[in-house]
Design a protein around this ligand. Structure first.
Ligand code: ADQ
Length: 477
């Protein structure tokens, strides 16, 4: 079985968030199940030093945005198919934004080119390679099933996976021609969304299956509260919608063998976790004699993640004797808010603005608890890393957070099942309330260690979900 994945990110090569982790890990998890997944990815300049020289396997002269070469290369066990179009991708800045944080003005062309190249590959332009399934991820890849259907073909079958419905790839109708899209598909039952082109909607209309990254989020996006305007479309296609929970790469995220840690540990040697806490406190300038737990945040700093509400709860968190370490980048006002909190509560709160992969591992290893007060969360990965590192997740009851963390209520504690803390009210008061529960549990070392061991036993690998993807692919073929 050959699956062609299409994505704008893939860890460890290019990553701005959880999409990269999933696309980077899923192919390796599928391989032992008889599925060979290749990933079509733009050839961003930062990739070249990380990759061996590839082989040119196709070329196009008529994609949106012009000419492109297709280069096949294998790295870190992931077979990559790079779309090399320097006029679109060879730029400083990030995959979507320039150095000043502004969206590239031609993002619609850049990702339409990626999508059209993927559709062509599905039609057999690479000698000796015919995918059985096209699997597109998020809006950046969403036109690939659309371009494929525009050829009139019904094979290979296609899947769109929604990692975050907040990002839809919405552009004015004037871009249709530039993107070689059929104007007679521009209507409310097709690509149109309130007068605009909506790329994600296109994929929802023209893919054979729709998945998202947790069962709860699959239900939530059918409602106006979470559907971001696409709930009606999703309800109409709910017969092909399912939620498959993300896993994590348990080799990359393994506390027993993680090079970024001060000391390695596992469930049997939990005491050694303390060396990581000391290292993190020292690195961040936090005092080592705090009485309460060290909470951390590793996140994009956006309102999705509820971090404005966390800022309101910081004075209470500090007053209980707790500490807070924040690693993130994002909205300027949140970055500033956490910088100010660190100045106000020096020694108790520390903020590291920036994106730092090794430091994110030390945050997971050195903290007692990880706070994820998201307003919505399709799956969430940092709570899974927290479970694996014995860092108890403190999460809002939404999406994949609700599916993966077992709240420390009386029944769950008695059943030795509790792995974290789940709360409903994403506000300063709601977070303060759950912080109190965490502080109380932390004051009972026997309970805390039992929860850490439950957490570390919780299955977080790709094993189950990779099989579910394999079954879905087989079903379609
Ligand atoms: N400053 C920083 N430095 C280092 N690492 C950082 C970092 N900020 C974030 N990260 C890392 O980025 C990833 C974030 O993944 P998440 O799944 O938590 O959220 P995201 O919203 O990006 O993903 C979306 O897609 C994923 C994948 O499907 C869904 O789980 C999720 O719910 C959805 O919103 C994690 O690996 C985290 O460690």
């Amino acid at each position: 079985m050959q699956v062609l994945m299409v994505s704008s990110e893939c860890a460890p090569f290019v990553k701005t968030g959880g999409l990269a982790d999933v696309v980077g890990a899923l192919p390796a998890a599928l391989k032992p199940l008889g599925v060979e997944a290749r990933v079509v990815l733009p050839a961003y300049p930062q990739l070249f030093p990380l990759l061996p020289k590839g082989t040119e396997v196709a070329a196009f002269d008529d994609l949106p945005g012009g000419t492109a070469r297709v280069v096949a290369v294998e790295a870190e066990g992931v077979p990559l198919v790079l779309l090399d179009a320097p006029q679109l991708f060879d730029r400083p800045g990030g995959p979507y934004i320039d150095e000043d944080g502004r969206d590239w003005p031609d993002n619609h062309i850049r990702f339409a080119a990626l999508s059209m190249a993927a559709a062509r590959i599905c039609m057999g332009v690479i000698d000796g390679y015919q995918p059985d399934i096209l699997h597109a991820h998020d809006w950046q890849a969403a036109l690939s099933p659309v371009y494929l259907r525009m050829t009139g073909r019904t094979e290979p079958k296609s899947i769109i996976t929604i990692h975050n419905i907040a990002f839809q790839g919405r552009f004015g109708p004037q871009v249709l021609g530039q993107l070689h899209l059929k104007t007679d598909w521009f209507h409310p039952e097709g690509l149109e969304f309130h007068g605009d082109l909506n790329m994600l909607k296109g994929a929802l209309m023209y893919s054979d299956r729709i998945t998202t990254v947790s069962p709860t989020y699959a239900r939530e996006i059918l409602t106006p509260e979470f559907g971001m305007g696409l709930d009606g479309v999703l309800r109409a296609r709910s017969d092909v919608l399912s939620g498959l929970l993300n896993g994590i790469d348990t080799d990359v995220w393994n506390p027993a063998d993680d090079k970024a840690l001060a000391e390695n540990f596992d469930a049997k040697t939990l005491k050694r976790k303390a060396a990581n806490k000391a290292a993190l406190q020292e690195q961040l300038g936090l005092v080592t004699h705090a009485t309460g737990p060290l909470f951390c945040v590793v996140s994009r700093l956006t309102s999705q993640k509820g971090l404005d509400a966390l800022l309101d709860a910081v004075p209470h968190l500090v007053a209980t004797g707790g500490q807070l370490a924040v690693l993130g980048t994002g909205q300027r006002e949140l970055e500033q808010g956490f910088k100010t909190a660190a100045e106000t509560h020096a020694g108790q709160v520390a903020t590291h603005i920036g994106y730092d992969e090794p430091l994110s591992h030390l945050f997971q290893a050195g903290s007692d608890a990880i706070l994820i007060p998201s307003r919505f969360e399709p799956c969430g990965l940092t709570q899974l890393y927290g479970l694996r590192y014995g860092t108890l997740p403190v999460v809002a009851r939404t999406g994949g957070l609700a599916d993966t963390v077992i709240d420390a209520n009386v029944a769950a504690i008695a059943a030795k099942a509790a792995t974290g803390f789940v709360f409903s009210d994403v506000s300063g008061a709601g977070i303060s309330g759950v912080v109190d529960r965490v502080v109380d549990a932390y004051a009972d070392p026997k309970l805390w260690q039992a929860m850490q061991r439950n957490a570390m036993r919780h299955p977080v690998s790709w094993e189950t979900s990779a099989k579910a993807y394999r079954d879905m692919y087989s079903d379609l073929v």
